[in-house]
Design a protein around this ligand. Sequence first.
Ligand code: PLP
Length: 395
Amino acid sequence: MAKKVAHEAPVRTKDRFLVFGAPDIRDEEIREVVATMTSGWLGTGPKVARFEREFGAYVGAAHVSALNSCTAALHLSLLAAGVGADDEVITSALTFCATVNAILHAGARPVVADVDPRTMNLDLDDVVRKLSPRTKAILPVHFAGRPCDMDAIMAIARERGLLVVEDCAHAIETEWRGRHAGTFGDFGCFSFYVTKNVATGEGGMVVTRTEEAAARVRVLGLHGMSKDAWKRFGDEGYKHYQVVAAGFKHNMMDLQAAIGIHQLARVETAWRRRREIWDRYDRAFASLPLGLPAPPEPGTRHAHHLYTVLVDPRRCGVTRDAFLDGMTREGIGVGVHYVAIPEHPYYREALGWRPEDTPEATRIGRQTVSLPLSPKLSDGDVEDVITAVRRTLGD
Ligand SMILES: Cc1ncc(COP(=O)(O)O)c(C=O)c1O
């Protein structure tokens, strides 16, 4: 059991609470947002087009469509791929609910596979076990920014004639053997949610292999209208549109892109800072009874989106939930990525899933804690996190 050590004051008082995943917003973003507001064009327009171009150049994809979230990106990718009723899509049991909900919203049946306990990415043996004549697609999640084995996934997909939609919500900088995550499958879906490596508040992006697929996503993302609506009221004169599908309202606004353009310009410096923090945590926690993230695989690039530790109560002397409470009392914001999907009542009741059917995801989901990893953290903040972890473990 952990030693009990009395500490009078928390590492950080309430007024200095370290918010988990706080975005690093600078003057460039603020100036661009103000300029967008005064330009009179807040909705989808030239800044979205620029953000698409620059994001495509960064990940090495020629065909991109910006949307208002990664959830929308996953949903519309599946629809554009023709996934629908009677189809099964295999994804990870250790992911955010949005991954699974997007499959349900596309009208298909999600099937969850377990994860490899070291990488926390899809266990491909379990994926193969879960293939059925109805399987239409595999939806790998590059968990925490660690790339899935895309050679093996693409080999399974080729052999079985399956589509691949990559969930790259954590994986903007991720590379597998020199190539960016998101560019292996038929579609790659990115998130710019507040806590993500490039943040626009809410926002998402689809990268695809063909302009036709990107156009399909774009049309579905804006009511199914055949022309870019933002051109409707431009100085080229009013443009009629035709509704060619029952689409959705999933478009990104220039206001969001205004933030994204400058976040993207700093993506590499932010990555280097997160890697420094990651290395500092690795050194500081090496002697503690926590489970630490495995080192990145050779020939890959980890996006260092989440630093997750495992709190096994038998080794640590505290439960995961007591650890979360202890960190909060010390003034440090923490996260949980994720309680395994089959633990949630909806999926148990609607789909009959049982946590024991994906045991590794379930175990990880019951032990995992994400520590702050924002590039905004000062060296002092990082030391506060380390002290709080030690104190919470009674070290
Ligand atoms: C793995 C994963 N997939 C999908 C999403 C959905 O992203 P968004 O919030 O942009 O819709 C998230 C967001 O947290 C995520 O972490």
